[in-house]
Design a protein around this ligand. Sequence first.
Ligand SMILES: [Ca+2]
Ligand SMILES: [Ca+2]
Ligand SMILES: [Ca+2]
Ligand SMILES: [Ca+2]
Ligand SMILES: [Zn+2]
Length: 381
Amino acid sequence: MIKKSFLKKGLIYLILCLFLLTSVFPILVISQTNSSITNDPYHYFNYQEMTNLLHDLENNYSDIMYLDSIGITYEERDIWMVKLSDNVGENENESGVLLMGAHHGNEKPSYEILINFIQHMVENYSKENTDDDGDGFVNEDPIDGIDNDGDGLIDEDPSEDRVREVTNNTQIFLIPMVNPDGVEANTRKNCAPNYGPFGFNKEITSYGVNLNRNYGYKWYLYYILPFSYHLLFNILDSSPNYRGERPFSENETYAVKNFVEKQDVHISLSYHSFSEVMFYPWTHTSRPTPHEDIFISIGENMSKINNYTLITGRQYFIPRYGGSLGTSENWLYGKRGIFSYTIELCSTRAPNDPEVVKKVCLTHVGVNLYVCERSWSVESV
Ligand SMILES: [Ca+2]
Ligand SMILES: [Ca+2]
Ligand SMILES: [Ca+2]
Ligand SMILES: [Ca+2]
Ligand SMILES: [Zn+2]
């Protein structure tokens, strides 16, 4: 009897061991390898998460941050504007910088880097100079795209003093999501209904305007030179590049115009994605602006930080569309005398590798800090 039960137990153990070896063990091995090789995809902010964060930050850092709605979209979302500066409630005699993201709703890195920049500024403003990487040196590797101390890491010990100096001497205006409806719908255009290309139809014919074709600078050129500007691409309301029924017809562009006209802004960056290039006016003609030298000098310094290619707007647009009208940089420079750039971030539309997004965010903290510093010595034109 005893012998039999021993045998029985042995058999059960043997079966259990075999079961573990054949079924459970491989599963454990597989799940372990999986967890060690897969990163969760990067989570970009959505509109509500950004709205909540901006309110929290304003509450915690009200001495240097002011949050305001500059307009309401078709789907009734606030278009948020953040101002960062000392004496933030006053309009001081300091140079102004305007940073915008998400004219196109499906270009997620364009607002992500601005939210990250706001966080970087408010969180470091009151922080003592800190040895962030614990190597015994303080602020030895500021954000400039260069490994200043040669330890193989780039920009690992940013300067807290620099954040203070920039905040105290600049009025920084940010509109991180120009097109929140498009962000929520993950579309290039906004989400307002169109009634035919000129707004004459009774029925809705399509949805959305390309906000970066809706700014009012020399719009009439479309009609004078329709073939040069590929009029059909921009006039058909179903086109991804539909420019709207008239300049500033859209709540979003009207809000930006209305806001910018009340501010003294010297340099502006409008972020998009993708292709790792930066361009500056004009976007509608191959004629150079009278300020080519300044555009190139600011642009080349940004290029040293992010390694992106600097080109003129015409080099970007003319091969694609024969040139472009209604872009924000054309209006900002042409009407307001602001040194305006478009920066096309990343090598894909919305990378999901957290390391890639983290890096592009950090690099563009450096780019934004640089243009703030540069704005101190550039006069508006
Ligand atoms: Ca530091
Ligand atoms: Ca350090
Ligand atoms: Ca380093
Ligand atoms: Ca550095
Ligand atoms: Zn874009």
